[in-house]
Write a protein that binds this ligand. Sequence first.
Ligand code: SAM
Length: 321
Amino acid sequence: MPSQTAAGYERFAALEANGVSPLYEEWAASIAKDDAVLGLIDGLPRPKRQPNLVFAAARLVGAPLGKYPQFREWLLEHWPAVEPVIQARMTQTNEAARCAVLLPLLSRIEGPVALIEAGAAAGFCLYPDRYSYRYQHDGGETVLHPDSCPSPVQLTCALTGAEPPKRLPDVVWRAGIDLNPLSVQDPQDMAWLQTLVWPEHRERRNRLSAVAGIAAADPPHLLQGDIVEELPQLVARAPKDATVVVFHSAVLPYLEAEHRQRFVDRVQDLNVTWISNEGEAALPAVKNQLTRSAEGNLVLSLNGKPQAFTGPHGQSYEGLG
Ligand SMILES: C[S@@+](CC[C@H](N)C(=O)[O-])C[C@H]1O[C@@H](n2cnc3c(N)ncnc32)[C@H](O)[C@@H]1O
């Protein structure tokens, strides 16, 4: 019977990396059968044992992107340098392309918008008004640019079951909260974000660099702290004449169920527009309204009502009617 860690690596290889990253699939499947490497990983605190974190830390330190025997030899030798990175860092993948699935909702808001992101990482989803979009749909393509001028960041999204957005939002104020905000002005934080993108995903890494360029020109205001504790004070600071939108994406799995419920209660107590883009298990009250499974997609909801199934990296938007 495989250990819990071995089973986790097996599961990661089969369900997460399969068809997405052949390299991570091979590394994870091989580690699941490798007692020496499993022994090192089992010496870490439980939340630190996840393949994504271990592989990214190894790559940051310089692991070769080769077949498993080469990676294994390197990892056993360099573990004393890799372990502190694992201990210091968390998986904080920041995917600006998720703005493409927020836009259909944000574009419906008339007038100025104050955006608050809960669980913002480096805050790269706080710039939906600074990116260009290409929506591919039955009727062809809809292309949108900020102020009619193409952005260095172009996000492509396959759209079904909904009207393509007609405009970008008028964002007049933006701020985020994170337990560990990453700074676009800190080269080490940016190197970590680059390494969190899986090895074969060169296009996503290129996009990340372009997004960082946009954010660096006008760095986001990011508050360090817990999303339940810090949300009220940020909402209070937002301009009074703007529609305050609180959104979050791929954040709730980090919270225990009771903590998640406190966040939901808090956001519903504040007089804000609430957009959630999370896995279907994250919000039982949203899941109960679905008539079918999201099948690995995220569920986009507006004020607790499901609106769409969305690709995990913002690559698709399937309106739920
Ligand atoms: C996977 S990242 C997603 C970042 C961004 N929302 C996106 O979609 O690209 C999740 C972020 O949530 C943050 N986070 C997790 N639990 C948190 C909490 N209780 N309070 C504040 N931030 C939290 C993590 O530090 C991490 O940066």
